[in-house]
Design a protein around this ligand. Sequence first.
Ligand SMILES: Nc1nc2c(ncn2[C@@H]2O[C@H](COP(=O)(O)OP(=O)(O)OP(=O)(O)O)[C@@H](O)[C@H]2O)c(=O)[nH]1
Length: 509
Amino acid sequence: MADLSLTCWFHPGMKLPACLAAVDMKDYPFKVAGDILIMELMEKVEAFVEEVCDKSGEPVQFQIQVLWNSKNNKKALNPGDKVGGNFVDGDTFGIHGDLVTAPKSYPKIPDEQKLPVTILTGFLGAGKTTLLNYILQEQREKKIAVIENEFGEVSIDDLLLKKDKFAFAEKVVVMDNGCMCCTIRGDLIDGFRQILDEVEKGAKLDQIIIETTGMADPVPIVRTFMTSEEISSRLRLDGVITVADAKNVLKRLDDEVEEDRVNEAYQQVAFCDKILLNKLDLVSSEEAIQTKERLREINAFAKIVPAVRGRVKLSELTNIRAHDMSNFVHADIEKEAMGKMANMGGMAAMVAMVAMVAMAKVTMLTALRTTAMKAMAAMAAMAVDTKVAMLLDMTVATAVATGRSRHDSRVNSFSVVREGEVLPEKLGKLMETLGTLPPEQGVIFRIKGILAVKNHPFKHVFHAVMDVSDEDDAEAWAPGEKRITKMVFIGKKLDKPFIRKIFEDCFEK
Ligand SMILES: Nc1nc2c(ncn2[C@@H]2O[C@H](COP(=O)(O)OP(=O)(O)OP(=O)(O)O)[C@@H](O)[C@H]2O)c(=O)[nH]1
């Protein structure tokens, strides 16, 4: 029963939002029972303040730290004390606390109902515009919006080409103030907002494609996506597609850059989910194979699709679902990576497109690759059977297949696989160590993992792009299913023994 009526006032040092400053607190005394605790009185005031601010459209989160009786403003009251022991009816009390703007919450929309976004990257002149022209002109079923960003001067030809291209897009947002990777990501969010505004007004859209400049590093774009709730609550990052110029990409990959700068071509290959190996008409089969092998070495899990003038099946460019957790768990990343190394679907198509002369060499390479695969599969089977860690190094496999040195200090990928259960208390430490790897142990660009966590019935999925990570539960482990944890890493100069060790340390001994 309420036996005290107490009036609250705010410490003058607090910055009150206008809606709260306008309230005369004398009109809203707190009627409380004497046996409630001071902390409960604090909660009542916090709830009152949050309600007032919420109603006026300025939501806040309020946390009181100090509460005192106005008769003795020198004494901060103990939150664990009873109100009745410190106040009599009609008293006033002062408060001081933190008022922070509450993060806006967005309604949860299932992933499949979100508008998919594809990021199109590729070095200068690789064929991105040609591909986009093709997508926009050749297909009629899907309504596509384009976010385009121009860098520096644009030639007349280019303008004409772009204008043409835009005639077929549903909505085009041109960001003309520099490269998307360098400017503040607010630009991109504005671009998304413009498109979403149209959707809210009733425009029907099936996909958004962001065409980046050739010099763009896709990481900040992906990061913008993963860290902006406003965007990720309504849009779904479907995948990053990189157009690689079969004639020039190797040269770009070999370009020397200053130690503290990134080689954009590397980033574009390392971070993408699909590579369009374009301009195959300009290279010999041998060059095409060499290029494909090098791309595979950098990125073990991107699918590589052959193309001339960007002509690929449109289904290759949509619904990649590379960043979709629930989809990811179905992918056997280890097999996927290996399968794609020996991606005979893509290889066969590529070989057919170049020349029959290549067949002897392809057969030879395949034989070598198959030998490497068999050796690894045998190792793997042995390791799993004996419950010893099975550590599979994709770069070794590629090195065997291509004859390249495995000690390539640049960007490459490798994976770790082990049967057993990760201890949940060690998991946080592993993620923290990976997230704060000192430069001498390399730079991790990307991680994908499916983790078997002790006493946890679900497959735990982990996905990181640079320092931004995401984790979630996926489907439950089936009864009797082997609990195998797998992680794939893409990075630069990675200290693989160190990463293997910290991975190994997470398991029950
Ligand atoms: N031979 C050949 N030329 C191609 C192919 N694809 C594109 N091109 C040509 O390559 C040039 C560059 O193509 P774009 O599509 O403008 O390349 P981009 O990646 O958009 O270039 P930037 O916007 O400068 O980064 C154009 O002249 C295209 O016609 C291909 O598969 N084979």
